[in-house]
Design a binder for this molecule. Structure first.
Ligand SMILES: Nc1ncnc2c1ncn2[C@@H]1O[C@H](COP(=O)(O)OP(=O)(O)OP(=O)(O)O)[C@@H](O)[C@H]1O
Ligand code: SF4
Ligand SMILES: [Mg+2]
Length: 389
């Protein structure tokens, strides 16, 4: 599988004396190469992440999307080399610029970089605070475990982050987790991930289970701290609407395979892979029209049901269901460039007459609408007339 090229811009002059580096200059690139993570099920190793190569460009937000079970959390855990048994990273490397390949680090080195170099917010993080200790005490524990010299300064910085997130810092520090709302706990978790001043941030479903207003508020906070702290951010979500709002780039996982990656606006305007198109069309707030939204038919594969040969998406793919091309059954489509876009997608029929019939989509990001607006363009006749639609 072809990986995206790492940015060719040399990241020099970070500390040039006359020109202080901007926050983004400090952000490192992350290069995931050929990553495979498998779970042992009945003594058989079954891949949940399959030969994934993905670059997180310095200073960008990459949205990792896919349905439940597509391997998002497994991939995210691998970025901090924290996959737990029965899971195992069987192949690949994860190079963080200036740090090295985290998959080669021993436990001691991993404990040092987790938090300090890579901030991580776990899925369902709202429940991962220590229920028996006040938040302020947990900040001090974290500082001690990372041998932070000035704990007072650490608490001060934590309070600053909380304030920036619109939280009453004093009250939070003296509270137990059960005294905070879900949205507050989520923001406190993000503050924990940021307090040691990492330059890489991994957020696994940071807005799931929150109401729409709190969700929007947290996305605003993520966008703002990403910029002000100079971060390279991986945002994991099953909701492509969330990344549409906030990510610079989108990576789409299906059955543990990366099936499309590219610039957010390009993907929303011209999704190349039929699966990406299905994800977008399932969301009324992206299509801009509840009547036009169509749920994606069928179910995602599991570790045991995923096709071992050919395209893993074929039993849900409109092109395959219409024409049954033998290539889709026999050959796994590689990631490749398509059209004039810098994106990559894994479908045999991208760029052909059949493939282009599925690239039209009913929405386009409206950058003049404050970063969150979408305006609707009518579906093309090719899309409307498709037998699967
Ligand atoms: N401990 C485990 N043992 C066996 N299989 C597992 C284990 N953890 C995850 N899996 C399987 O690995 C696949 C990927 O799971 P993962 O949690 O990474 O998906 P996800 O995309 O994060 O899903 P969700 O959106 O539900 O969080 C799934 O098929 C899941 O059932
Ligand atoms: S390779 Fe074939 S089955 Fe897979 S997405 Fe493309 S057309 Fe559909
Ligand atoms: Mg998950």
């Amino acid at each position: 599988m072809k990986g995206e090229p790492m940015t060719t811009t040399p990241r020099t002059g970070r500390q040039a004396p006359s020109t202080p580096p901007s926050a983004t200059d400090a952000a490192p690139g992350v290069e995931i190469r050929d990553l495979t993570v498998a779970y042992a099920v009945n003594q058989t190793l079954l891949p949940a992440v399959h030969h994934v190569s993905l670059t997180l460009e310095p200073g960008t937000i990459t949205g990792l999307v896919g349905e439940s079970g597509s391997g998002k959390s497994t991939l995210a855990m691998a970025t901090v080399n924290a996959v737990q048994p029965p899971g195992r990273i069987t192949e690949g490397s994860i190079d963080i610029e200036g740090i090295g390949d985290v998959l080669t680090f021993d436990r001691k080195r991993l404990n040092t970089i987790r938090g300090a170099q890579i901030g991580y917010v776990f899925q369902a993080a709202q429940n991962s605070l220590n229920p028996l200790e006040k938040i302020g005490r947990q900040v001090l524990d974290l500082g001690r475990s990372h041998k932070v010299g000035d704990l007072k300064e650490l608490l001060h910085f934590f309070s600053d982050i909380l304030t920036h997130m619109g939280l009453p810092a004093k009250r939070i520090l003296t509270s137990y987790q059960h005294q905070l709302s879900g949205g507050m706990r989520q923001r406190v978790e993000i503050a924990f991930a940021l307090v040691l001043r990492p330059h890489v941030l991994v957020l696994d479903e940071p807005t799931t289970a929150l109401d729409m207003i709190t969700q929007a508020n947290i996305l605003d906070i993520i966008r703002s701290v990403h910029r002000s702290q100079g971060l390279t951010t991986l945002l994991v979500t099953h909701d492509i609407g969330v990344v549409a709002d906030i990510a610079d780039r989108i990576a789409v996982l299906y059955g543990g395979h990366l099936v499309e990656v590219g610039d957010t606006v390009e993907i929303l305007q011209h999704p190349a892979h039929p699966y990406t198109r299905g994800l977008i069309q399932a969301l009324p707030r992206l299509t801009g029209d509840i009547a036009a939204a169509r749920p994606l038919a069928g179910r995602p594969p599991t570790l045991t049901t995923i096709a071992r040969k050919g395209c893993i998406f074929r039993d849900r793919c409109p092109i395959f269901l219409r024409d049954h091309p033998a290539r889709c059954e026999e050959q796994t489509p590689p990631m490749r460039e398509h059209g004039s876009s810098s994106g990559l997608a894994a479908c045999h029929f991208i760029g052909t007459e059949d493939g282009s019939a599925v690239t039209a989509v009913a929405t386009v990001h409206d950058s003049t609408a404050g970063g969150t607006g979408f305006r609707r363009i009518p579906p093309s006749p090719a899309v409307q007339g498709h037998p699967h639609d």
